[in-house]
Design a protein around this ligand. Structure first.
Ligand SMILES: NC(=O)c1ccc[n+]([C@@H]2O[C@H](COP(=O)([O-])OP(=O)(O)OC[C@H]3O[C@@H](n4cnc5c(N)ncnc54)[C@H](O)[C@@H]3O)[C@@H](O)[C@H]2O)c1
Length: 311
C-alpha cells in the first residue's frame, strides 16, 4: 500500500533479494503512479528469481500474506524537517492517521489473515491505530531497526571497523525520544565505549555527535534527496522475509507490549504472524529512565492517533 519513494524501494529490494515472494501488488491512491512503478519494476524481473509484480486495487490483496503500508505524507510533505522541533515525525500523526483510517479497514476486509507491517511515519502510534482498526494483533512497525543500523554505521565509522561487526541497538520510539543503548554496544566482545575511550576525541563529544547523526539522519537524507527511502526499503524487505520464512529473527522492531500498554521497539522475535515475543534488553539506569520517557511520549502519540477515529 503506497507506491511512493519508500514503497518503490521496498519492492525493488524484495525483487533483488529474490525468491521469497511469488506475487507483489502495488496499490496507491494515485493509480497511475502504481501502474508506472509496477511497469518499471516488472521489466527487471527477467533477471530475478520468479516473481510477478503488478499494480492493482484492494481486491487484489485477497490471500496476501503480508501487507506493507507506506501510504501517507513523508517528513518533507508534512513539514517535519526541523531539527529543533521536539515533535519530529509525530507532526505527521493526524494526517497519516486519517490515511490509515481509510486504508486499514479496506485492507483487512480483503486480507483478514495478512500480517500488517506499518512503515508510514510515525510508525509506532500508527501501528497502535492499525491494531485497533484491524481488530487483531498481527501488526508491527519497522520501529527502530533502521535507527539501530544507523547506530552501527556511525560507531563503525569512528572505530574504523566494518558495520557488520558492531552490535548496537536503539529502542523505544522511532523518533526524537528514541534510546541508544550505549551500555551494551560492542565490537566483537569489547564494549564500544571502551574502544571509543582510546580515540583522541572526548567520548562525551563523540557520543553527542553520533546521537545527533542518528536522531536526525532522516532530515539529513531529506535535505539531499527529498525522501529517506533506500535504507528503509532494504529493512522492509528483510522484515517481510522474516515473516514469510518464520525466521524468529530477533530485531528491534515495534509491536504492542502489554506491560507498557503501547507499541514500541524492544528485542522483538519476528516470524510467522508477526512479532511472537518481546524481551527487555539489558540497560543501565539512565537508559531505563530514557525508555520510560519514550514510552510516555508514545502513549500520548497513540492517543492522538486514536482521536482521529472520533472526529
Ligand atoms: N518507518 C521508517 O523508518 C520510515 C522511513 C522513511 C520514510 N517513512 C515514511 O514512509 C511514508 C512514505 O514516504 P514516501 O517518501 O514514500 O512518501 P511518498 O509521498 O513518496 O509516497 C506516499 C504514497 O502514499 C500514497 N497515498 C497517500 N494516501 C493514500 C491512501 N489513502 N491510499 C493509498 N495510497 C495513498 C501517495 O499517493 C503516495 O504515492 C512517509 O510517512 C514517510 O515519512 C518511514
Amino acid at each position: 500500500m503506497g507506491a511512493g519513494a519508500v514503497g518503490a524501494a521496498t519492492v525493488l529490494s524484495l525483487i533483488e533479494r529474490g525468491g521469497m515472494c511469488c506475487e507483489i501488488v502495488l496499490i496507491d491512491l494515485d493509480a497511475r503512479r502504481a501502474d508506472g512503478v509496477a511497469a518499471d519494476m516488472r521489466y527487471a524481473t527477467p533477471l530475478s528469481p520468479l516473481v510477478e509484480v503488478r499494480s492493482g486495487g484492494y481486491d487484489d490483496l485477497d490471500g496476501a500474506a503480508v501487507v506493507v503500508i507506506t501510504a501517507g505524507l513523508n517528513e518533507k510533505a508534512g513539514g517535519a524537517t526541523d531539527r529543533s522541533d521536539p515533535e519530529g515525525r509525530l507532526r505527521l500523526i493526524a494526517a497519516n492517521a486519517r490515511v490509515y483510517a481509510d486504508v486499514v479497514p479496506r485492507v483487512v476486509a480483503v486480507a483478514p489473515e495478512a500480517v500488517l507491517m506499518v512503515v508510514t511515519d510515525p510508525p509506532d502510534p500508527l501501528a497502535d491505530l492499525t491494531r485497533r482498526l484491524a481488530g487483531h494483533d498481527r501488526v508491527f512497525s519497522t520501529g527502530t531497526l533502521i535507527d539501530s543500523l544507523r547506530f552501527r554505521v556511525h560507531l563503525a565509522d569512528r572505530l574504523r571497523v566494518r558495520p557488520r561487526d558492531v552490535q548496537a541497538m536503539v529502542v523505544g520510539e522511532h523518533g526524537t525520544s528514541e534510546v541508544l543503548l550505549w551500555s551494551s554496544a560492542s565490537v566483537g566482545g569489547t564494549p564500544a565505549l571502551d574502544l571509543l575511550a582510546r580515540c583522541p576525541e572526548p567520548v562525551d563529544q563523540v557520543r553527542q555527535d553520533i546521537e545527533n547523526d542518528i536522531r536526525y539522519a532522516n532530515i539529513t537524507i531529506i535535505e539531499g534527496t527529498g525522501a529517506s527511502q533506500y535504507g528503509i526499503g532494504v529493512v522492509s524487505a528483510l522484515l517481510v522475509e522474516a515473516v514469510l520464512r518464520d525466521e524468529r529473527a530477533v530485531l528491534p522492531v515495534a509491536a504492542y507490549y502489554p506491560p507498557y500498554g503501547v507499541t514500541l521497539s524492544l528485542d522483538s522475535v519476528l516470524g510467522a504472524g508477526g512479532v511472537q515475543q518481546m524481551f527487555m534488553p539489558a540497560m543501565n539506569e539512565g537508559e531505563r529512565a530514557a525508555l520510560e520517557r519514550s514510552v510516555a511520549a508514545l502513549k500520548k502519540a497513540a492517543d492522538r492517533a486514536l482521536a482521529v477515529l472520533r472526529e
